[in-house]
Ligand binder design. Sequence first.
Ligand code: 5RP
Length: 219
Amino acid sequence: MSDQQAQKQAAAKAALNYVEDGMILGVGTGSTVNCLIELLSTVKLAGAVASSQVTEDKLRALGIEIVDLNFAGTLDIYIDGADEVNEHLQLIKGGGGALTREKIVAAASNKFICMVDESKSVEMLGREFPVPIEVLPQARSYVARQLVSLGGEPVYREDFVTDYGNVILDTYDLDVSNPIELEQTLNNIVGVVCNGIFAANQADVLLKAGSNGVTTLTR
Ligand code: 5RP
Protein backbone atom coordinates (compact mmCIF):
# COMPACT_ATOMS: atom_id res chain seq x y z
CA MET A 1 0.00 0.00 0.00
CA SER A 2 1.32 3.47 -0.87
CA ASP A 3 2.10 6.01 1.88
CA GLN A 4 -0.63 8.23 0.48
CA GLN A 5 -3.24 5.48 0.70
CA ALA A 6 -2.14 4.69 4.27
CA GLN A 7 -2.54 8.38 5.14
CA LYS A 8 -6.02 8.47 3.61
CA GLN A 9 -6.98 5.50 5.74
CA ALA A 10 -5.50 7.12 8.86
CA ALA A 11 -7.43 10.36 8.23
CA ALA A 12 -10.64 8.38 7.68
CA LYS A 13 -10.12 6.46 10.91
CA ALA A 14 -9.70 9.76 12.76
CA ALA A 15 -12.89 11.08 11.16
CA LEU A 16 -14.82 8.05 12.35
CA ASN A 17 -14.33 9.30 15.94
CA TYR A 18 -16.78 12.13 15.17
CA VAL A 19 -19.51 9.77 13.98
CA GLU A 20 -22.10 8.67 16.52
CA ASP A 21 -24.82 6.05 16.52
CA GLY A 22 -28.21 7.46 15.52
CA MET A 23 -26.78 10.26 13.36
CA ILE A 24 -27.79 11.21 9.86
CA LEU A 25 -24.31 11.67 8.42
CA GLY A 26 -23.33 13.87 5.49
CA VAL A 27 -20.92 11.85 3.36
CA GLY A 28 -18.65 13.32 0.69
CA THR A 29 -17.06 11.82 -2.40
CA GLY A 30 -13.65 10.49 -3.39
CA SER A 31 -10.99 7.96 -2.48
CA THR A 32 -10.50 9.30 1.07
CA VAL A 33 -14.23 9.16 1.69
CA ASN A 34 -14.22 5.61 0.35
CA CYS A 35 -11.83 4.72 3.19
CA LEU A 36 -14.36 6.17 5.63
CA ILE A 37 -17.27 4.33 4.03
CA GLU A 38 -15.40 1.07 4.59
CA LEU A 39 -15.43 1.82 8.32
CA LEU A 40 -19.08 2.84 8.62
CA SER A 41 -20.31 -0.68 9.32
CA THR A 42 -18.93 -0.19 12.85
CA VAL A 43 -21.57 2.48 13.65
CA LYS A 44 -25.36 2.39 13.57
CA LEU A 45 -26.31 5.43 11.52
CA ALA A 46 -29.93 6.56 11.30
CA GLY A 47 -29.12 7.37 7.68
CA ALA A 48 -26.84 9.32 5.40
CA VAL A 49 -27.04 12.21 2.96
CA ALA A 50 -24.70 11.49 0.05
CA SER A 51 -22.82 14.12 -1.93
CA SER A 52 -22.84 12.11 -5.17
CA GLN A 53 -24.51 9.20 -6.89
CA VAL A 54 -21.30 7.19 -6.53
CA THR A 55 -21.27 7.65 -2.75
CA GLU A 56 -25.00 6.99 -2.58
CA ASP A 57 -24.53 3.64 -4.33
CA LYS A 58 -21.68 2.65 -2.00
CA LEU A 59 -23.68 3.54 1.11
CA ARG A 60 -26.77 1.70 -0.10
CA ALA A 61 -24.65 -1.39 -0.76
CA LEU A 62 -23.75 -1.33 2.95
CA GLY A 63 -27.41 -1.19 3.89
CA ILE A 64 -27.25 2.44 5.01
CA GLU A 65 -30.47 4.33 4.40
CA ILE A 66 -30.12 7.31 2.06
CA VAL A 67 -31.96 10.39 3.26
CA ASP A 68 -33.09 13.24 1.01
CA LEU A 69 -31.45 16.42 2.27
CA ASN A 70 -34.80 18.20 2.02
CA PHE A 71 -36.13 15.96 4.79
CA ALA A 72 -32.98 15.69 6.88
CA GLY A 73 -32.93 19.18 8.42
CA THR A 74 -29.54 20.52 9.48
CA LEU A 75 -26.96 17.74 9.68
CA ASP A 76 -24.61 17.50 12.66
CA ILE A 77 -21.59 16.74 10.53
CA TYR A 78 -20.45 16.45 6.95
CA ILE A 79 -17.25 14.52 6.23
CA ASP A 80 -15.37 14.87 2.97
CA GLY A 81 -11.93 15.06 1.40
CA ALA A 82 -10.34 17.89 -0.61
CA ASP A 83 -7.98 18.47 -3.49
CA GLU A 84 -6.13 21.33 -1.77
CA VAL A 85 -6.32 22.95 1.66
CA ASN A 86 -4.61 26.09 3.02
CA GLU A 87 -3.82 27.13 6.58
CA HIS A 88 -7.23 28.83 6.94
CA LEU A 89 -8.98 25.53 6.17
CA GLN A 90 -10.16 26.96 2.85
CA LEU A 91 -10.32 24.33 0.15
CA ILE A 92 -10.38 23.49 -3.51
CA LYS A 93 -12.72 20.60 -4.18
CA GLY A 94 -14.33 19.02 -7.20
CA GLY A 95 -11.62 16.76 -8.55
CA GLY A 96 -14.32 14.09 -8.62
CA GLY A 97 -16.83 16.50 -10.12
CA ALA A 98 -19.24 16.41 -7.19
CA LEU A 99 -18.55 19.99 -6.04
CA THR A 100 -22.10 21.37 -6.20
CA ARG A 101 -23.73 18.60 -4.23
CA GLU A 102 -20.76 18.65 -1.84
CA LYS A 103 -21.12 22.39 -1.26
CA ILE A 104 -24.83 22.04 -0.63
CA VAL A 105 -24.46 19.25 1.93
CA ALA A 106 -21.52 21.02 3.60
CA ALA A 107 -23.56 24.23 3.88
CA ALA A 108 -26.47 22.32 5.38
CA SER A 109 -24.29 20.84 8.12
CA ASN A 110 -23.23 22.27 11.48
CA LYS A 111 -19.67 20.99 11.14
CA PHE A 112 -17.61 20.21 8.04
CA ILE A 113 -14.85 17.75 8.83
CA CYS A 114 -12.24 17.53 6.09
CA MET A 115 -9.85 14.58 5.82
CA VAL A 116 -6.65 14.89 3.79
CA ASP A 117 -3.28 13.27 3.31
CA GLU A 118 -0.37 15.67 3.61
CA SER A 119 0.01 16.07 -0.19
CA LYS A 120 -3.16 18.20 -0.18
CA SER A 121 -1.74 20.90 2.06
CA VAL A 122 -0.67 24.05 0.16
CA GLU A 123 0.46 27.57 0.95
CA MET A 124 -1.74 29.09 -1.72
CA LEU A 125 -4.77 27.48 -3.35
CA GLY A 126 -4.93 27.05 -7.11
CA ARG A 127 -1.24 27.22 -8.00
CA GLU A 128 -1.16 23.56 -8.98
CA PHE A 129 -4.68 22.21 -8.84
CA PRO A 130 -7.15 23.94 -11.16
CA VAL A 131 -10.42 25.34 -9.82
CA PRO A 132 -13.25 23.08 -11.05
CA ILE A 133 -16.24 25.13 -12.16
CA GLU A 134 -19.62 23.50 -12.86
CA VAL A 135 -21.35 25.23 -15.74
CA LEU A 136 -24.69 24.87 -17.53
CA PRO A 137 -23.87 23.17 -20.86
CA GLN A 138 -25.26 26.01 -22.99
CA ALA A 139 -23.10 28.59 -21.20
CA ARG A 140 -19.81 26.71 -21.55
CA SER A 141 -18.12 28.93 -24.16
CA TYR A 142 -19.45 32.17 -22.66
CA VAL A 143 -18.23 31.23 -19.18
CA ALA A 144 -14.88 30.11 -20.60
CA ARG A 145 -14.40 33.57 -22.16
CA GLN A 146 -15.20 35.25 -18.84
CA LEU A 147 -12.68 33.00 -17.10
CA VAL A 148 -10.00 33.94 -19.64
CA SER A 149 -10.74 37.60 -18.98
CA LEU A 150 -10.08 36.90 -15.28
CA GLY A 151 -6.66 35.49 -16.22
CA GLY A 152 -7.69 31.85 -16.05
CA GLU A 153 -7.11 29.01 -18.45
CA PRO A 154 -10.27 26.88 -18.55
CA VAL A 155 -10.02 23.28 -19.68
CA TYR A 156 -13.24 21.48 -20.58
CA ARG A 157 -13.43 18.17 -18.69
CA GLU A 158 -14.02 15.78 -21.59
CA ASP A 159 -16.53 12.94 -21.32
CA PHE A 160 -17.79 14.07 -17.95
CA VAL A 161 -21.29 15.12 -16.93
CA THR A 162 -22.13 16.03 -13.34
CA ASP A 163 -24.96 14.46 -11.34
CA TYR A 164 -26.96 17.55 -12.32
CA GLY A 165 -26.32 17.15 -16.06
CA ASN A 166 -23.79 19.97 -16.30
CA VAL A 167 -20.18 20.26 -17.50
CA ILE A 168 -16.96 21.15 -15.70
CA LEU A 169 -14.32 23.70 -16.66
CA ASP A 170 -11.09 22.94 -14.77
CA THR A 171 -9.55 26.37 -14.59
CA TYR A 172 -5.81 26.89 -14.20
CA ASP A 173 -3.89 30.08 -13.41
CA LEU A 174 -6.64 31.89 -11.52
CA ASP A 175 -5.33 34.20 -8.79
CA VAL A 176 -6.68 32.54 -5.63
CA SER A 177 -4.85 34.87 -3.21
CA ASN A 178 -8.26 36.00 -1.88
CA PRO A 179 -10.34 32.80 -1.98
CA ILE A 180 -13.52 34.34 -0.52
CA GLU A 181 -13.53 37.11 -3.12
CA LEU A 182 -12.76 34.81 -6.06
CA GLU A 183 -15.40 32.29 -4.97
CA GLN A 184 -17.99 35.08 -5.11
CA THR A 185 -16.66 36.51 -8.40
CA LEU A 186 -16.95 33.10 -10.07
CA ASN A 187 -20.45 32.59 -8.68
CA ASN A 188 -21.49 35.89 -10.26
CA ILE A 189 -20.73 34.73 -13.82
CA VAL A 190 -24.03 33.88 -15.51
CA GLY A 191 -24.14 30.17 -16.34
CA VAL A 192 -21.88 29.12 -13.46
CA VAL A 193 -23.69 26.69 -11.19
CA CYS A 194 -20.99 26.38 -8.57
CA ASN A 195 -17.23 26.57 -8.19
CA GLY A 196 -14.79 24.37 -6.30
CA ILE A 197 -13.46 27.06 -3.94
CA PHE A 198 -14.81 26.34 -0.45
CA ALA A 199 -13.86 29.57 1.33
CA ALA A 200 -17.11 31.23 2.42
CA ASN A 201 -17.94 27.84 3.95
CA GLN A 202 -14.54 26.36 4.64
CA ALA A 203 -13.85 23.26 6.74
CA ASP A 204 -14.41 23.52 10.49
CA VAL A 205 -12.07 20.68 11.34
CA LEU A 206 -9.10 19.48 9.31
CA LEU A 207 -7.72 15.99 9.88
CA LYS A 208 -4.36 15.96 8.15
CA ALA A 209 -2.55 12.65 7.95
CA GLY A 210 1.23 12.62 7.57
CA SER A 211 4.08 10.22 8.19
CA ASN A 212 3.90 11.00 11.92
CA GLY A 213 0.17 10.47 12.35
CA VAL A 214 -2.93 12.63 12.08
CA THR A 215 -3.00 16.26 13.22
CA THR A 216 -6.26 18.03 13.96
CA LEU A 217 -6.73 21.69 13.10
CA THR A 218 -9.86 23.64 13.93
CA ARG A 219 -10.98 27.13 13.10
C1 5RP B 1 -14.76 15.22 -5.22
C2 5RP B 1 -13.90 15.93 -4.25
C3 5RP B 1 -12.95 15.11 -3.43
O1 5RP B 1 -13.16 15.40 -2.10
C4 5RP B 1 -11.56 15.48 -3.80
O2 5RP B 1 -11.40 15.32 -5.20
C5 5RP B 1 -10.54 14.62 -3.05
O3 5RP B 1 -10.61 13.31 -3.52
P1 5RP B 1 -9.66 12.16 -2.98
O4 5RP B 1 -10.10 11.87 -1.59
O5 5RP B 1 -9.91 11.03 -3.95
O6 5RP B 1 -8.25 12.65 -3.04
O7 5RP B 1 -13.94 17.12 -4.09
O8 5RP B 1 -15.54 16.12 -5.97
